[in-house]
Design a protein around this ligand. Structure first.
Ligand code: ADP
Ligand code: MG
Length: 204
């Protein structure tokens, strides 16, 4: 039988973007991932370079097109005209804006581990556009930006957080931002109640 790794070993990358630091939401954001039961295995503050940002987003060769398609779809859904009908053109604009955004101030990069870490972090982070992201998500609760406002002002959408979009993306992104020795392997006591098959040893 092929040995597959347990779901509790899944990891994801979260970067609190410069607006998250400026809004003094670092504690709030980290607290939201902590209270889910995820384990923090890496954490650092840094000033990213434009090259680091460009490389980060282009780890996925389809990202430029996908980000463009997502923006165009959001305009069409509202019955509005997108700034360009070509997703690659829109995607190219977004990468320029992201380089400016991410280099405007410090960010906090972190790695979180736990069952379905990638999917669950995305769920509670909320959709890309805060205007339409769900109530109760971090982006939905703490920020009000939109595609149209970002386009009008020729800047990136300020949505506080980057979170990996898939397990493959997470693996590549964690390698991009963290060296192996910056990730800590340790046991979190609460993992027993989250994952252990038998809850023995609780009763005295
Ligand atoms: P997510 O961060 O939700 O995974 P994407 O990977 O599609 O979103 O885009 C990366 C980031 O680029 C977004 O979080 C947002 O800050 C910014 N962004 C995306 N699309 C646009 C756009 N059309 N205009 C301005 N900024 C954008
Ligand atoms: Mg993304």
């Amino acid at each position: 039988m092929m040995k597959t790794s347990h779901p509790k070993t899944e990891q994801t990358l979260v970067i609190i973007k410069p607006d998250g630091i400026q809004r003094t939401l670092v504690g709030e954001i980290i607290g939201r991932y902590e209270r889910l039961g995820l384990k923090l295995v890496g954490l650092k503050m840094l000033l990213p370079s434009a090259v680091q940002i460009e490389e980060h987003y282009l780890l996925d060769p389809n990202w430029k097109r996908l980000v463009g398609e997502k923006a165009i779809e959001s305009y069409l859904k509202k019955g509005e005209k997108p700034p360009s009908a070509d997703p690659i053109v829109v995607g190219g604009q977004v990468i320029m804006r992201l380089k400016k955004y991410f280099t405007s101030g410090p960010v906090v990069a972190s790695v979180w581990q736990g069952a379905h870490a990638v999917e669950i972090v995305r769920k509670i982070t909320g959709g890309t556009e805060p205007r339409s992201s769900d109530v109760g998500t971090i982006r939905g609760d703490f920020v009000l930006d939109s595609y149209s406002m970002a386009d009008t002002d020729d800047r990136a959408i300020r949505n506080l957080i980057h979170a990996s979009g898939s397990v493959a993306e997470a693996e590549a992104e964690i390698k991009h931002w963290f060296s192996k020795d910056e990730l800590v392997k340790y046991r979190l006591v609460q993992e027993q109640i989250l994952y252990d098959v038998n809850l023995d040893g609780l009763l005295e």
